[in-house]
Design a protein around this ligand. Structure first.
Ligand code: AMP
Length: 582
């Protein structure tokens, strides 16, 4: 356990959850009854006693006027502004939404401290994406009142995306988060940019949720059993039946002393259809605000207990034209994401790769100490690429391959990740054929395969982690240096390339002149000799004038071209002479 845990908190309208990263894993914490979800309900008893959670809900029937639920709807609003009316907060309770939220947070903090057997002072708390500054600040103040330093306020869809592991998506991937809870509906379109999620658009209805359906079902039952529809017991029984119908085809609602009724999923669906239909327009609006077509979305994730309903999933599938991702527990996803964020902030969760791309280029050292890039930086992984190499000198019988990472032109300025020695049969210069293949798997492990194609002998090397998992500061430094030294680096590369070419040309020129000495005109010979002399002097000069060397080498190359032509003509002539054809 990290010495200073930070809590991840989903402060929800209906339910709230708390979690922490323990031994590298995000876990949600349960209260003494084993419940991980705490109803966001608070009772202010006449005796001054404050009760929170399931116990508060149980007292609701007894003290409806002293019970506050859905306080999240009011947070950050001023009295009189948008819904600041009873029964949410009663003036005679002399309390504010911030104070009520603080009570819920205190309760969650206590659950965590009990479970962790230590004090906790910091938390990351989620808020809806549409919360404005005042609402975010009010949530922060509630945390402080509860004795928690709020180290991060993060938006709910972002937290959900983290829980679904979508932070591993590559840049510009877009996702939609469909969140249908007990009292609110939110739809957000997010885009992964620079390693973090940006909310492109958000829409929804703060008065639409599973509770509405509970009331519709209660009414349906009440009509059949001749009962008052707003009876709290009836609504609670309806909610239970609704939840069971997410997995069962039929269920029975029993109201003690009033009767019982069998309900089928079909009947519930009929009541639910117009209710779910209300989410469609918001979805279309969020898509249009984000400028995204449904087919451009890479994922649709479901959040909120109501998305467990098969009919809701069917609707989502139909609206977005694709299968939603249901791999996470929808009522715990936001809390789990908040916990992951808290774990990253506390350092107890190693920041998983934000992007599944190579942060720096991978390559090998080639002749002259240059960096030869095989997989460029920012390539999405998994990735595979390769190149063919040959021997630089005659009679070489092996090649040392240095695997490098970095953005600098010269091998020596990049980081060496490993090296392998590839043996091959000795032969003239340029006779060996060694294929080098880099394959970077989804876990960031780099597999290097070097194959001598003449003998089909493979040499392999596996480089774990380091290929992709590089500390951000080191990546930034490497890139900054590659920019700072861009000019010098490029100069060195041009110099090295020209030098390699010159070193190849000079002996060839000498040899050609030796063979052709008698046929070449004195003038031609002088031109070639001058060019060769210039190349030699530039090579020897301390000042690496890459441009001049490149130009001189080019000149020498041109001058020797005519020598090469003459050499060929001469060879032809000799051959014809030998055969007596001339
Ligand atoms: P949340 O706000 O995410 O906690 O969601 C709470 C809402 O989800 C309530 O309206 C619950 O009745 C509803 N809910 C939870 N579980 C289920 C389920 N299995 N089927 C349908 N609705 C559910």
């Amino acid at each position: 356990m990290n010495s200073k845990p930070i809590l991840g908190i989903d402060l929800g309208t209906t339910n709230s959850l708390v979690g922490v990263v323990d031994s590298g894993f995000p876990i949600l914490l349960a209260d003494e009854n084993g419940d991980r979800s705490t109803p966001s309900a608070v009772v202010f008893g006449e005796d001054g006693k404050i009760t929170v959670g399931a116990a508060a809900l149980r007292q609701r029937a007894l003290h409806p006027a002293r019970t506050i639920t859905s306080v999240k709807r009011l947070i950050g609003r001023r009295p009189g502004e948008g819904g600041w009316v009873p029964p949410y907060v009663l003036s005679d309770l002399k309390t504010t939404p911030v104070e009520v939220s603080a009570e819920i947070l205190k309760h969650l903090k206590a659950i965590a401290e009990q479970a962790l057997e230590q004090g906790v002072t910091q938390a990351a708390i989620t808020v809806p994406a549409y919360f404005n500054d005042a609402q975010r600040n009010a949530t922060k103040r509630a945390g402080e009142l509860a004795g928690l330093e709020v180290v991060r306020i993060l938006s709910e869809p972002t937290a959900a995306a983290l829980a679904y592991g979508l932070d591993k998506l590559s840049e510009h991937q877009k996702i939609a988060v469909y969140d249908l809870g007990g009292g609110t509906f939110d739809i957000s379109v997010l885009e992964m940019r620079d390693g973090v999620f940006q909310v492109l658009s958000t829409a929804g209805d703060t008065q639409l949720g599973g509770d509405d359906l509970d009331r519709l079902l209660a009414q349906f039952v009440a009509e059949r059993l001749n009962l008052p529809a707003n009876d709290i017991r009836l609504i609670e029984a309806a909610e239970l039946a609704k939840k069971r119908l997410s997995s069962d085809e039929t269920t029975r609602i029993d109201i003690p002393l009033a009767g019982s009724l069998e309900i089928s999923r079909g009947e519930l669906d009929k009541l639910a259809r117009p209710w779910i239909e209300r989410t469609r327009l918001h979805c279309l609006r969020a898509l249009s605000d984000a400028g995204v077509k449904p087919e451009q979305l890479d994922e649709i994730i479901l959040v909120g207990g109501s998305t467990r309903m098969p009919l809701v999933r069917e609707y989502v599938r139909e609206i977005f034209g694709r299968e939603p991702n249901t791999s996470q527990n929808p009522d715990e996803a936001i809390a789990l994401g908040a916990t992951i964020q808290a774990g990253i902030l506390s350092g107890s969760l190693r920041q998983v790769l934000l992007l599944d791309v190579t942060p720096l280029s991978l390559g090998i050292e080639t002749f002259g100490g240059l960096m030869n890039i095989i997989i460029p930086r920012n390539t999405t992984i998994p990735a595979k690429a390769g190149e063919m190499f040959t021997n630089a000198v005659a009679n070489q019988d092996s090649m040392l391959i240095r695997i490098l990472q970095g953005e600098r032109e010269l091998a020596k300025d990049n980081w060496e990740l490993g090296r392998i020695e590839v043996p091959f049969p000795a032969g003239p210069k340029g006779s060996a054929r060694v294929g080098v293949q880099f394959s970077l798997d989804a876990d960031g492990i780099l597999h290097v395969l070097a194959r001598d194609t003449a003998t089909n002998t493979d040499t392999t090397l596996e480089i774990r982690g380091t290929a992709v998992d590089v500390a951000d500061e080191r990546v930034e430094q490497m890139i900054a240096e590659s920019v700072d030294f861009a000019f010098e680096d490029m100069n060195e590369r041009i110099w090295t390339e020209a030098k390699l070419k010159a070193e190849e040309l000079l002996p060839a020129v000498d040899a050609a002149l030796g063979q052709l000495g008698d046929v070449v005109s004195a003038e031609e010979k002088q031109t070639v000799l001058n060019a060769a002399a210039l190349v030699r002097s530039l090579l020897e000069s301390a000042e690496h004038d890459a441009k001049a060397l490149k130009a001189a080498t080019q000149l020498l190359d041109d001058a020797t071209q005519s020598l090469a032509v003459m050499l060929i003509d001469r060879a032809m002539e000799e051959s014809l002479e030998r055969r007596g054809l001339v």
